[in-house]
Design a protein around this ligand. Sequence first.
Ligand code: G3H
Ligand code: ZN
Length: 283
Amino acid sequence: MSTARLTEILAAARGAGVGVGAFNVISIEHAEALTAGAEQAGTPVVLQISENAVKYHQALRPIGLATLAIAEAASVPVVVHLDHATRPELVSEAVELGFGSVMFDASVLDYDANVAATAAVVAQCHAAGVDVEAEIGEVGGKDGVHAPGARTRPDEAAAFAAATGVDALAVAVGSSHAMTERTSKLDLDLIGEISAAVPVPLVLHGSSGVPDDEIARAVRAGMTKINIATHLNVVFTDEVRARLGADAQLVDTRKYLGPARDAVAAEVARLLTLLRAPADPLG
Ligand code: G3H
Ligand code: ZN
């Protein structure tokens, strides 16, 4: 199967009132695990590579091409997406490599500068057939400090979407990046208000800190793309730690990375199933 378009997957999900899981790739094992999890669940998935992951590898091309190859071999629709890009030249490289979509994150800029920078990226990407996500109202925690207090205004979100032409919009509604405990409370009324005001699908960043039932409520309130990264690294690392702790002689990396990959795949399948059927957990 060829890689999928973000706009198609998100439009179908929004129309059906369900969510789409978007998970971060750091190593090739992540890309394999996320794809295997989506195949187990029988759902589409977004594999996203962040600018921070590119810094870690000191290049986009090797991990990007590996992720694209894994996505192309999948039996379910897979979008390969650039996440939290702040450098337009990194966006250009992702477009050249064949990514289906990018998130351009100019949310630290003031409103007018964010609009101008994002609109330029949208024009460039749309000319190449690539979809664009952007952010308005900075979701906290990207600097490693939990900051759940930021909020996006519905009127500003609607104006931003219209002025930039973005295909998906990340908004601040109470989540915060890089949480290792799932204790966030979201502003569900605000999600509903933004969803009613904005014609493009909404993106929840920092979803690792959001418990299952609150994720389900967020989807029902109007969130479509649900970004989860740290939680899966907790799952991966717990498994590695357990395997190494159980056998001090273990040196074959496949013997602990393989089980960690399997554990992430199982958790991805569980999360994707939750997103497809966000039934009211209270009945
Ligand atoms: O863009 C990626 C996500 O917002 C992931 O955030 O690591 O807090 O789940 P998280
Ligand atoms: Zn994010």
